[in-house]
Design a protein around this ligand. Structure first.
Ligand SMILES: CSC[C@H]1O[C@H](OP(=O)(O)O)[C@H](O)[C@@H]1O
Length: 365
């Protein structure tokens, strides 16, 4: 995507191969700052502290983190140690495990002396594949938006949760990719942007993206979505995913499940958009089996932002001493999901639906 007319990706290797540069998403939307990752630990900290975030981007950052690690220790033990360090950063997004397994399998087969160059090349391939996958998700999803807008004879109103835009991937995004493709094609689209407490990825990141791209949108409190659906203001919901099971259960940012319940109650289509790398083919019961990250209580007790005179500030918003719970994700059962938008097309949220798009997995299962 473009920022002030300049094309950006969320992560890119530097020409000298000594570092990888990322956008520091903890500073958005009030400051656009780049951060250089020069080591395995830099990459691990960037993932854990959400300098980079979003399932596909977490996977790509981990891939580059492993490549940076190979500069220091390309032995078998080095591969295992770096993989373990990166895998421990965040437990829910399956893209992290998927990327590390793909990289490690390739590196183990290569001579130690070739592993650093091979790792950077494979990380770049994973990044390029992510861009292509998200662009294809955009095409398939835009067809849905275009059909609704044509039937309505007016703007299609999409509700989305958290940030599943280009900032959550290498480029294009997943849930927002259909919106960008449709908007670019002249389809009238408007987006209701859930603020998405507690870290406000919607209010801070999705709104930043849509502002930069000129997409009409309205930021809303998380709790307003059901009311808007009840009053006919939402035509469909599209969300991202951090891990989707082979049976179509969708794990996504906390609060997604509540949106799906409201959508179902109001007979509003509810889609999840995700690439192949977000599907966990080993799981069939997401509510029971997907590990849900519990993040620091301070994300709930404090709000970070900018004061009216432009200073960054963090303020307490919870009565001191009150206990806090902060699960970062929830799981929407497949029965509440209208369809899954992937790089290979749109399918039912079911074993059959996903196996139909990925027949090679049926044989593997
Ligand atoms: C395209 S994956 C985006 C997905 O990741 C976000 O989680 P986080 O910001 O904690 O990394 C959120 O669940 C988004 O839907």
């Amino acid at each position: 995507m473009k920022i002030d007319g300049r094309p950006y990706r969320t992560i890119f290797p530097e020409a000298d191969g000594q570092a990888v540069t990322v956008i520091d998403q903890t500073r958005l939307p009030f400051a656009f700052e780049l951060k250089r990752l020069t080591s395995l630990d830099d990459a691990a900290v960037a993932i854990r502290t959400m300098v980079v975030r979003g399932a596909p981007l977490i996977g790509v950052t981990a891939a580059y983190g492993l490549a940076l690690a190979m500069r220091v220790d390309a032995s078998e033990a080095g591969i295992e140690r770096a993989s373990a360090t990166l895998a421990a950063t965040r437990p829910t997004a399956i893209n992290l495990r998927w990327a590390l397994d793909r990289m490690a399998a390739l590196l183990r087969r290569a001579p130690e002396a070739e592993r650093e160059a091979l790792a950077f090349a494979e990380a770049a391939r994973i990044a390029d594949e992510d861009v292509a996958s998200c662009r294809a998700i955009g095409e398939h999803g835009a067809a849905i938006l275009s059909e609704i807008a044509a039937k309505k004879g007016g703007p299609v109103n999409v509700l989305t949760h958290c940030n599943a835009g280009w900032l959550a991937t290498v480029d294009w995004g997943t849930a927002l990719a259909p919106i960008y493709v449709a908007h670019n094609a002249g389809v009238p689209v408007h987006v209701f942007v859930d603020e998405t407490r507690p870290r406000n990825q919607g209010a801070a990141l999705t709104a930043f993206e849509l502002n930069a791209h000129g997409v009409p949108h309205t930021v809303i409190a998380d709790n307003a979505g059901g009311h808007l659906m009840q009053h006919g203001q939402v035509d469909l919901c599209i969300v991202g995913s951090d891990r989707t099971t082979a049976s179509g259960d969708v794990c996504n940012k906390i609060g997604t499940y509540l949106k799906a319940l409201a959508a179902t109650d109001n007979r509003i289509p509810f889609y999840a958009a995700l690439p192949f790398s977000t599907i966990d083919w080993t799981l069939h019961d997401g509510v029971r089996d997907i590990p849900i990250e519990e993040r620091d209580a301070r994300e709930v007790t404090h709000l970070s932002g900018r004061t009216d005179d432009g200073a960054f500030a963090t303020v307490a918003v919870v009565s001191p001493g009150s206990p806090v719970a902060n699960p970062a994700f929830d799981v929407t059962p497949a029965r509440l999901v209208t369809g899954i938008i992937t790089e290979r097309g749109v399918c039912e949220a079911s074993e059959e639906g996903l196996a139909g798009l990925y027949p090679e997995r049926r044989k593997a299962a």
